[in-house]
Design a binder for this molecule. Structure first.
Ligand code: PBG
Length: 331
């Protein structure tokens, strides 16, 4: 006797809708697109610089002249935005180049807007790449002074907006940063510039490769005094709530992969546009395993990005953006 006749599977044979690619396409709940991506770029002084970053294969330090071709390529791939990180010529105690009129990111912003006016130029606003001690704010003794830092972040945001930044993205994790930046932008006739706040940013070891790329490793201590403690999720919701109440237009959870629960909770609780940062360590792990032949890079990267979107992200900052856009077009 046929076994199935005795089974009570009834109407629910979930495999029925998995039998062909056409069926799977029809019932797919999450669709990844190049339009979901924001591509991070690392800008350096000089001319003709295009050097691969050792800890992040496929990512480069680029000078402003090289940036033009790069952002045209990004735009042609259908990726709507880039986020810029700068390596300054000089670092000092107060991160002066972060808010210098001719700072590296200010120059890069002008170059991006010249080369591809329609692409969104997002400015990461923080001091860590610019301070001699590598912390995200100014120090008082061995501690980062929250309120003294706010003033400098506000200056950095205004100078970035004046250089053409379409979006300001503060990643410093100081309390009150969104309010301080919003007020400064408004006073400088930059009311139209939105703030994408790195609202729930964890003190994560997954930033390792980035710190080599951005030369921003703290000279002493770590960032646990201002970035979030990884075990906490309710606190992340309070961080997000706080940034929204201060005027954030969009919010971010960072890192992404080990924090999909945070992303999903944020998606449920808040209606603001939600970004996720698929950070350097997440990228580097995939690259390293793929180079060893242990993983299929394309399938793993697309699976990770799809999972981040499924968890609730409207936009994904990812070093895989260009490759993923090509893979998606080829599909
Ligand atoms: C700057 C900043 C960091 C990242 C984005 N902005 C580093 C940090 O907080 O140490 C990390 C990005 C990545 O790892 O890809 N504050």
């Amino acid at each position: 006797m046929a076994v199935t006749s005795t089974l009570r599977i009834g109407g629910s044979r979930l495999r029925r809708l998995r039998r062909s690619e056409a069926l799977r396409t029809l019932v797919r709940e999450t669709e990844l697109s190049p339009r979901d991506f924001i591509y991070p770029l690392f800008v350096v002084h000089g001319r003709g610089v295009h050097e691969e970053i050792a800890s992040m294969p496929g990512c480069y330090h680029m000078s402003c002249d090289v940036l033009a071709a790069e952002v045209r390529e990004v735009a042609a791939l259908g990726i709507p935005g880039v986020i810029l990180f700068g390596l300054p010529a000089h670092k000092d105690e107060v991160g002066s180049e972060a808010y210098a009129r001719d700072g590296i990111v200010q120059q890069a912003l002008r170059a991006v807007k010249d080369a591809a006016p329609d692409i969104l130029a997002i400015a990461d606003t923080c001091l860590c790449e610019y301070t001699s001690h590598g912390h995200c704010g100014v120090l008082r003794g061995q501690e980062v002074d929250n309120d003294a830092t706010l003033e400098l972040l506000a200056r950095a945001a205004v100078s970035q907006a004046e250089a053409g930044a379409d979006v300001i993205a503060p990643s410093d994790m100081m309390d009150g940063h969104v309010a301080a930046i919003r007020a400064a932008l408004d006073e400088s006739a930059q009311q139209h510039v939105p703030i994408l706040s790195y609202a729930a940013k964890y003190a994560s070891a997954f930033y390792g490769p980035f710190r080599e790329a951005a030369d921003s490793t703290p000279a002493f201590g770590d960032r646990r005094g201002y970035q979030m403690d990884p075990p906490n999720v309710r606190e992340a919701l309070r961080e997000i709530e706080q940034d929204i109440s201060e005027g954030a237009d969009a919010i971010m959870v960072k890192p992404a992969l080990a924090y999909l629960d945070v992303l999903a909770r944020a998606r449920q609780r808040f209606d603001h546009p939600l970004a996720a940062y698929n950070v350097s360590g997440e990228y580097a792990m995939v690259k390293a395993a793929a180079r060893n032949g242990w993983l299929d890079e394309r399938r793993v990267a697309l699976e990770i990005l799809t999972a981040i979107k499924r968890a609730g992200a409207d936009m994904i900052l990812t070093y895989h953006a260009k490759d993923a856009a090509r893979w998606l077009q080829a599909r």
